[in-house]
Every structure is written in C-alpha cells, then in structure tokens.
Write a protein that binds this ligand. Structure first.
Ligand code: HEC
Ligand code: HEC
Length: 370
C-alpha cells in the first residue's frame, strides 16, 4: 500500500468514527446509537446500529471487488465526504440493498441467503452466463472436498496437544520473553516492503513498515493500540484493536482456543495435497475461524477467518509454510494472506528471541506540533 492510499484509508477510518455532532455531546458509534443518528445521510440503513455500518460497507466493497471510492466521492486531502450522493454507484447500491432485503423476505423467510456476493461474486457487473470450466476453480473445489467422510475424527484435545508439541510446547515458549521478526511483504504490482515486528511478553507489540517516503507504525502497549505515520499517532478503532490485541499475545499459538468461545473438530480435508484435520472456532463479535491442522505434523497449514457483517460474512484466508525452528519454537517463515483485496505474502528473514527491548517503545507516541 503506498503512502497516499494509506493516508486516504486512515482518514476514511477516522472520518467513519467521527460524528457530525459537535462539542460536548459527541456521539460514539455503538450498538445503541442508530446509523442515522450518527452519520449524515442514511436512507436505507435506518435503524441499523451505527457500529455495524462500516462492516456493511466492507462487505459491499468486497462483494463487488471495489474500494470505497467506487461509490464515494473522494478529495485530495483525505476527509472524504461519505454522505454525498454524487456517484451513481452509491445510489444504485441503495436500490440493491432494498432489492436484496426483498428477495430474502419474499423467498427465504427473511434469512440472508442472497447477498451482494451471490450475484456480484467480486465483480461490478454480474455475469448472465454460466462460468466456463477453469483449472484453478476445479482444483479449489477438490481441495475443499472432505476426505474419508465416515472416518472417526480425533478429539480436539488431541489435535491441540499435537499442535502445541509441534510448535515447541510449553517448555520452549516459557524460555522466551521477547521477539524480533524481520521480513518483507510482497504484493502484486508493488515493490516489496520491509517490516520489523517487536514483541515483549506477555502482550506488547509494535510493527514498523517502511514505505517509500517514511514509515508506518502500529503498536499495542497491553491496553491501547495506535497507528502512526511520522506526525503523531492516532488510537485504533475497536475492530483493529481487537485484532491487534490477538496478534500481540506472545503465547497466542500455544493458547489457540483462548480466542474462541466454542472450538470443535469438524472434518478431514485436503490442503494443497496435505491431509488435514479441520476445526472451527467461534468467537465474540461475530468471528469465526476454520483452522486446518496437518494430519501428520500437527502444524497449522491454513486458517480462514470470517467476520460477520450486517449483510454477510467476509473471509480472509491465511496459509502457513516453511516452518523452521528458532530457539526450540517452530515458526512459519512464509505466510500468505488472501482477501477480496488481493494477496499478500510475508516472508520472514530473521527471527531473534530474548533481545532487550525497551517497554517504552510500545506506548503511543505523543502528538507533535498540535
Ligand atoms: C457499493 C457502494 C458502496 C461502497 C463500495 C461503499 N459504500 Fe459507503 N455507503 C454506500 C451507501 C449506499 C451509503 C448510504 C446508506 C444509506 O443511505 O442508508 C453509504 C454510506 C456510508 C457512510 C455514511 C456517510 C454519512 O455520513 O451518511 C460511510 C461513513 C461510508 N459509507 C463509508 C464507506 C467506507 C469506509 C467504504 C469502504 C470500505 C464504503 N463506504 C464503501 C455505498 C457504498
Ligand atoms: C440478484 C442479483 C444481484 C444482487 C443480489 C445484487 N446485485 Fe448489484 N447488480 C446486479 C445486476 C444484474 C447489476 C447490473 C445492472 C445493469 O448493468 O444495469 C448490478 C449492478 C450493481 C451496481 C452498479 C454497478 C456499477 O456500475 O457501479 C452496484 C453499485 C451494485 N449492483 C451494488 C450491489 C450491492 C451493494 C448489493 C448488495 C446489497 C448488490 N448489488 C446485490 C445484480 C445484483
């Protein structure tokens, strides 16, 4: 992501979290404040909690394979006027929301069986033709086909015990108190971007990404999270904070079930030619993760995280490979993440443990010059 994109995104995020109420009675987006009370120009999403609006926007963008600016007016300086209706796509989207609601009401007892994704499938203009056969689609289909449907499944405790042992176990983890990870991120059509992640047990985290003209840093001090692009810093919004809190947990992999309310083994699947045991975890705030453990090595091969929005679930798939042992802990040196926005490959070049890291670096930097 280049700097302008990032700036735009961050300002959209800030704006999305900024109420038009001023002064003392500034509202916060929440489950109790309606979208129309919080935002400026809500016509079809009236009555929806304001906290759910951005998730619904993400779902529409992902379903059509577009970014916010496909429907929203942009400006050079950030602070986009999202309430404006100048773009035809935004006005069409309103009609589409009403249409989808009507389809589900009239045909599916109000269940969300049809979503924007059903017709759009990642494209602005839905196809009226059946798809041609494609090698990759056929491969993807066979990759999710369940293996040995009747065979008994291992117990969750067995799967987790095997996984914990495979990554080094309690013993190896208990010897570590800090970690520094260096590597680069590759995205199609962009030069690789280097990053450094610093972690201090139990839950301090800072990641610095170098951009062509500066750097972008995100941090978590055990309680609050922040983003910084050189000039001061801003606090993370709730969703990002929850995500970062998980990342910051030094023992996250060892305590995998901790992030879920329920976690069950659901089947045997094939993940790129490897036999795997699949388990599904459900967590707070409409989160669901499908995790595929290598049946032989016990390691996590793939994890599909899904976030529930007003209109449906948004998936992100992460694959782990090139596991190597550093100080007794096995770590995936290649992590591939695919979302509706594209593919991102993180290659780690160096993992160093137990360095002295100053805890102060995890605190949010003070605002400069304001
Ligand atoms: C497919 C079109 C579409 C896309 C893509 C889209 N939006 Fe929207 N957005 C809308 C529509 C339609 C509304 C108005 C909803 C209503 O009238 O109830 C809206 C309203 C909003 C509002 C409320 C503005 C106000 O004050 O009234 C915000 C904020 C917003 N969108 C943010 C975003 C963000 C951030 C993204 C990118 C993640 C995004 N939108 C992507 C169609 C879209
Ligand atoms: C039943 C199928 C169907 C569903 C479901 C559906 N759409 Fe569409 N959508 C279409 C078709 C077909 C077109 C193209 C119409 C045309 O070209 O005149 C379209 C066009 C659009 C366009 C205009 C495309 C452009 O040029 O920007 C937008 C925006 C859009 N849809 C948004 C949505 C959103 C958001 C949802 C979910 C709330 C949704 N659609 C759900 C069938 C669907």
């Amino acid at each position: 992501m280049d700097r302008t994109r990032l700036l735009a995104l961050v300002s959209v995020m800030t704006l999305a979290g900024a109420s038009h109420a001023t002064g003392e009675q500034r509202l916060k987006a929440s489950d109790d404040v309606s979208a129309e009370a919080f935002f400026k120009n809500i016509q079809v999403l009236k009555g929806v909690p304001s906290s759910k609006l951005i998730g619904a926007m993400n779902f529409m963008a992902a379903s059509l394979g577009v970014r916010c600016e496909h429907c929203h007016v942009t400006t050079e300086t950030g602070n986009w006027p999202m309430e404006k209706d100048d773009k035809k796509a935004k006005r069409t989207a309103r009609e589409m929301i009403a249409m989808v609601r009507e389809i589900n009401r009239a045909n599916f007892n109000g269940r969300d069986e049809v979503t924007c994704a059903t017709c759009h499938h990642g494209k602005v203009k839905p196809s009226t033709r059946p798809p041609l056969w494609s090698a990759s689609a056929a491969a993807a289909e066979s990759a999710v086909a369940p293996l040995e449907p009747g065979a008994p499944l291992p117990k969750l405790d067995e799967v987790l015990a095997k996984y914990r042992a495979a990554i080094g176990g309690e013993e190896a983890f208990s010897k570590l108190h800090s970690r520094e990870l260096k590597g680069s991120i590759e995205r199609a059509g962009a030069p690789p971007q280097s990053f450094v992640i610093e972690q201090l047990a139990p839950d301090k985290y800072r990641a610095t990404f170098s951009l062509p003209d500066g750097s972008f840093t995100r941090g978590f001090d055990g309680r609050s999270g922040w983003n910084s692009m050189g000039k001061g810093a801003s606090p993370m919004e709730a969703g990002e904070l929850a995500e970062t809190r998980l990342q910051a947990d030094f023992r996250r992999d060892l305590d995998l079930p901790k992030e879920f309310d329920t976690f069950v083994v659901t089947g045997r699947v094939k993940v790129e030619e490897r036999a795997a045991i699949e388990a599904i975890g459900r967590g707070p705030g409409g989160k669901r993760a499908r995790i595929d453990f290598d049946a032989e090595t016990g390691l996590v091969l793939r994890r599909t995280d899904e976030t529930e929005t007003l209109f449906g679930w948004i998936p992100v798939e992460t694959s782990y490979s090139d596991y190597r042992i550093v100080d007794g802990v096995r770590f995936p040196f290649t992590v591939r993440k695919v979302s509706s926005r594209g593919e991102e490959i993180r290659r780690f070049s160096q993992v160093r443990n137990n360095l002295e890291i100053d805890p102060k670096i995890f605190a949010m930097p003070a605002q400069k010059g304001s």
